[in-house]
Design a protein around this ligand. Structure first.
Ligand code: DGP
Length: 113
């Protein structure tokens, strides 16, 4: 596979994994934008959130649940955090394998840029 996140999910490319199960992997972003910046990805390849939700609603829910588990593990569930998924070049999506960014540990501006 030429997909970077498929390679991380399979373990071919190492990552700092914080949560993993049969469905998904969560690992620290290589260029963190906040004190906590974790990416949650399905093991199965889907390009973006809409594709994932159409193909596998159960897996969509599992990913969202995992984002909350990561937030609790990282100690930001109470202080507040953001779940972000960029879709398409105009929104800044650079890896075309759906990923939820889980960001927290500092005040987050709204609206985002
Ligand atoms: P996006 O721009 O929304 O598609 O987010 C892609 C994110 O992936 C970006 O924040 C940086 C991160 N990233 C890119 N390559 C790697 C990598 O090899 N390892 C890790 N841990 N994160 C990566």
């Amino acid at each position: 596979s030429e997909c970077l996140f498929c390679a991380i999910a399979s373990g071919d490319i190492p990552a700092d994994v914080v949560l993993s199960d049969d469905d998904l992997v969560a690992f620290r972003d290589i260029t963190p934008q906040a004190p906590v910046h974790v990416l949650v990805i399905p093991r199965a390849h889907h390009a973006n959130a809409a594709d994932l939700a159409n193909a596998d609603p159960r897996l969509s829910g599992a990913l969202l649940r995992a984002a909350g588990v990561v937030a609790a593990q990282e100690g930001i569930a109470e202080s507040g955090y953001r779940i972000v998924t960029n879709t398409g070049e105009g929104a800044g999506q650079s890896v075309h394998h759906i990923h939820f960014h889980v960001l927290g540990g500092r005040d987050l501006a709204w609206p985002p840029g």
